[in-house]
Design a protein around this ligand. Structure first.
Ligand code: ADP
Ligand code: MG
Length: 139
């Protein structure tokens, strides 16, 4: 296991940290993003999208009426999943494996589901209005 910690002082920092990760991302990786509402999960994924060469990275927003949004990157896709509104995963089939074949999958509110696949965890802690501690845990 490998653990790295970053301090972000504003959303631009968070984009940059996400961007670095997005540049290193490999097809088939699953990213689970933990943190309270407003912690910066979506901002972080925006940065990842920028790192993956997704042209419309600025328009990456949480999928609110669908479970997932799919963006086409330079080398492979970004599948952005948000489980915030999900009460129970019982009736929901995400078919994550299928999306991992086409790129990476990044999940907000991953605690709503059991994950059998090895994942990279990103934990965002709110320190104050503008400061976030971002923990990166690789298996
Ligand atoms: P989440 O997806 O975790 O609910 P969002 O990324 O949608 O959170 O929103 C984070 C909010 O916090 C945004 O309004 C953003 O402007 C604000 N913010 C303030 N400081 C930071 C920071 N350092 N990193 C990320 N977002 C920040
Ligand atoms: Mg969000």
């Amino acid at each position: 296991m490998e653990r790295t910690e970053f301090i972000s002082k504003n959303p631009f920092d968070t984009w940059q940290i996400g961007e670095r990760l997005g540049k290193m991302a490999k097809k088939g990786e699953l990213y689970l993003l933990y943190g309270e509402l407003g912690a910066g999960k979506t901002q972080f994924i925006k940065g990842m999208a920028r790192g993956m060469g997704i042209e419309d990275w600025e328009y990456v927003v949480s999928p609110s009426f669908t479970l997932m949004n799919i963006y086409e990157g330079k080398k492979f896709n970004l599948c952005h999943v948000d489980l915030y509104r999900i009460e129970s995963m019982e009736a929901i089939e995400l078919n994550i494996e299928e999306y991992l074949q086409e790129g990476i999958v990044a999940v907000e509110w991953p605690e709503k589901k059991d994950w059998q696949i090895d994942a990279i965890k990103i934990i965002l802690h709110v320190i104050d209005d503008d400061t976030r501690k971002i923990e990166l845990i690789k298996p």
